[in-house]
Design a protein around this ligand. Structure first.
Ligand code: HEC
Length: 143
């Protein structure tokens, strides 16, 4: 004969399982770099900071040199496709410039990111790229 405790356990388990099934599956609203996620103005600010802090190694045209990787085109996409802007920003902010990472204001890193996107021909939009959204924005090939 089943004890009350066992019956209660079965009841609870039943409830847990039912509720687990009913948990709504959130379709995360992912966007991509093709959705106009930064502004022209922001990219313009990024040019200045980029030229000062990054161009010595990655080149004025972002194509890099024999020591520093290109930040545009096929080789860039090979590494960054299907990763998020957040990941790219973290990489830049925590590792660049190599001798002095995280040495620029947060905002300047985001401006540089906007500039890098512009040079990669990702379209600008109305709004600036703002914190909290980067991780939902994927770097993808042209849709
Ligand atoms: C002293 C030279 C130097 C400077 C200055 C420099 N970088 Fe770099 N950067 C490198 C080297 C070398 C690598 C490759 C090694 C690595 O990934 O850590 C690299 C890697 C990167 C990567 C990863 C590229 C990839 O596809 O793997 C990004 C993005 C980047 N740099 C952006 C920047 C930005 C933005 C700035 C300016 C804030 C900057 N770098 C300043 C030398 C430099």
């Amino acid at each position: 004969m089943k004890t009350l405790a066992t019956k209660t356990m079965i009841l609870i388990l039943g409830l847990v399982c039912t509720s687990a099934v009913n948990v709504p599956t959130f379709a995360q609203s992912k966007s991509s770099v093709w959705d106009g996620v930064y502004s022209e103005e922001q990219a313009k600010r990024g040019v200045t900071v980029y030229q000062e802090a990054c161009a010595a190694c990655h080149g004025v045209d972002l194509r890099g040199d024999s020591n520093s990787p290109s930040l545009i085109g096929v080789s860039f996409m090979f590494l960054w496709e299907d990763r998020s802007l957040g990941e790219l920003l973290t990489k830049i902010q925590t590792e660049m410039p190599p001798a002095n990472p995280d040495s620029l204001p947060n905002e300047s890193y985001v401006d540089i990111l906007a500039y890098v996107m512009q040079v990669n021909s990702f379209p600008a939009g109305e709004d600036e790229l703002v914190p909290g959204k980067y991780h939902q924005i994927l770097i993808t090939g042209k849709p």
